[in-house]
Design a protein. Structure first.
Length: 317
């Protein structure tokens, strides 16, 4: 082989090696698909539904999680919602006056999937059929309870009864081809008579019927360690709500009432702009079975700015 041919062949080999090396060591993002809990933008969805989905797609969000009540929710659930909407400043929820098919179409046309939907205990207990029909139609694998009603979590015995209800709901969901999950708030994390109430739910529910969604913000505000919970309950947590905290804050009490939650709203901030060690927490989540990562900045101001910061940060990890 002539010297010129040899050099050309060597150069080509070097380039090929570099390409293969780049492919080999290409960075895999920690969060492959960043999602959004739609309670972050209820007013946008209520005022300009199509524009809201278009904005999320442009930002890079790939999944969303909707919240109830829905048209098929129980009358009790609808009445509870109507009682709080005057304080919230909006009324829209569920599919925002769209059919489930139209809601799905709006998401799909923007490259967005809907793997989960929040609902309420009464609908989960009494209207599983219609709920599951909607979930299966839009592709939501998980139907999620966002909180346990105040009256049903006063004592440790109450938590035992809740665990029984969760098993029944989980079994009903499984028959319909979907999964049931519970999303924690800040309550149930303090030790009561030597027991953490949340542990009762974990210990007394069937792992094949009851899954979990961790809210990082409320978990930390309640004094628990997300990393330890992910490790302790490997495979049970399937989803996580991500919001950052401007400065380390705890609930004034046990995290058991809405006034304590609302008092911490001002400390929520975009992911990466607060004090939470999100890279470590989210790595532990992924290593221990979490499948879906939803940014949630409750009714955030300037969502076009705040939510863009969050998705950009998470995509950089």
């Amino acid at each position: 082989m002539k010297r010129r041919q040899f050099l050309q062949s060597t150069a080509l080999f070097s380039v090929a090696s570099l390409v293969n090396a780049n492919e080999l060591f290409a960075r895999t993002p920690l969060v492959n698909k960043v999602g959004l809990g739609l309670f972050s933008i209820p007013q946008m969805l209520e005022n300009d539904f199509e524009a809201a989905f278009a904005m999320l797609a442009k930002m890079g969000y790939k999944e969303v999680e909707c919240f109830g009540p829905y048209e098929f929710s129980t009358e009790k659930a609808k009445a509870s919602w109507n009682a709080v909407t005057p304080q919230l400043g909006f009324k829209g929820s569920g599919f925002f006056n769209k059919t489930a098919s139209d809601f799905l179409k709006a998401a799909k046309s923007n490259g967005i999937s809907i793997p989960a939907m929040h609902t309420d205990l009464d609908t989960l207990s009494n209207n599983m059929g219609p709920l599951a029909e909607a979930a299966n139609l839009i592709g939501a694998k998980y139907v999620v309870l966002p909180s346990i009603p105040d009256a049903e979590r006063k004592t440790l015995d109450d938590y035992k009864k809740v665990a029984e209800k969760f098993n029944a709901i989980g079994a009903a969901a499984k028959k319909e081809g979907i999964c049931f999950a519970y999303h924690n708030h800040g309550y149930g994390l303090n030790i009561v008579n030597g027991t953490m109430p949340l542990d009762i739910i974990f210990d007394q529910t069937d792992p094949s019927l009851v899954y979990f969604e961790m809210d990082l913000y409320w978990t930390i505000a309640g004094g628990a360690d997300p990393v330890e919970l992910f490790k302790k309950h490997k495979g049970r947590y399937k989803m996580v709500h991500i919001k950052d905290m401007k400065e380390a804050k705890r609930f004034a009490g046990d995290g058991g009432d809405a006034s304590q939650w609302i008092s911490l709203f001002p400390y929520m901030t975009s992911c990466g702009e607060g004090v939470l060690d999100l890279p470590t927490i989210l790595a532990a989540a992924k290593q221990n079975g979490v499948e879906h990562f939803f940014v949630e900045q409750d009714m955030v101001q300037s969502p076009e700015i705040a939510l863009k910061k969050s998705v950009d940060y998470l995509k950089s990890l």
